[in-house]
Design a protein around this ligand. Structure first.
Ligand SMILES: CC(C)(COP(=O)(O)OP(=O)(O)OC[C@H]1O[C@@H](n2cnc3c(N)ncnc32)[C@H](O)[C@@H]1OP(=O)(O)O)[C@@H](O)C(=O)NCCC(=O)NCCS
Length: 175
């Protein structure tokens, strides 16, 4: 359990939007990528969550609703916490909010992939309840900031991971 002082100091997680474009530079430095993620969030195909300390964005993660590589599960990607804020529970907070958002839309599980060399992120996911499903060839793209057109692309070796979510039933009537 976290110490009460630590809980009080944690950033707040909220839904991100177009007005966050500049503030997100701290965690999504590539302008093309940033614009693309905001566009997806604004169109409703994704949800963007940001962790905010005061008026400063210190972390972000995106949820793609269409299942991406492991349908029908929502696909969580692009989790990033500003370096100075790592190891203080911000990543866990972002993921827990992402899981809540997925449960609220009726998802029974969520999926993501993690670079085979990223031991720290994998540890976080395992602690949150993810299990490795198997190896995954992740196709990445870099986009033009103005047009969103693909500027470069490639394949990275990753692990596909999946986490079952608790079933959220209808609220029970008060006794
Ligand atoms: C992966 C990443 C998002 C995790 O974010 P984070 O905020 O550091 O995550 P947490 O703080 O919740 O957990 C990380 C560690 O902090 C520890 N921790 C969590 N809360 C803590 C607290 N209150 N006090 C001290 N330590 C704490 C956890 O035990 C964990 O330890 P471990 O790394 O030894 O297992 C972050 O490291 C990051 O942005 N990395 C670069 C980008 C990246 O790799 N993204 C994932 C792509 S798949």
């Amino acid at each position: 359990m976290l110490h009460p002082d630590v809980v009080a100091a944690l950033p707040v997680v909220r839904i991100g939007c177009a007005a966050d474009e500049d503030g997100l530079a701290s965690v999504i430095p590539d302008p093309g990528r940033r614009a693309w993620r905001i566009r997806n969030a604004e169109s409703g195909t994704e949800q963007l969550l940001v962790a905010e300390e005061g008026s400063r964005i210190v972390g972000a993660v995106s949820i793609r609703w269409n299942g991406e590589c492991d349908p029908p599960n929502p696909w969580i990607y692009g989790g990033e916490v500003e370096e100075a804020w790592r190891g203080q529970g911000v990543g866990s907070l972002l993921w827990r909010e992402a899981h809540r958002a997925c449960s609220a839309r009726g998802a029974l599980a969520v999926s993501l992939d993690v670079d085979s060399t990223n031991a720290r992120a994998r540890r976080l996911y395992e602690r949150l309840g993810y299990e490795v499903v198997g190896p995954h060839a992740h196709q990445w793209v870099a986009r033009d900031p103005e047009t969103g057109a693909v500027a470069a692309e490639g394949v990275a070796e990753t692990w596909l991971m999946r986490c079952r979510l608790p079933v959220v039933g209808p609220a029970s009537p008060a006794p």
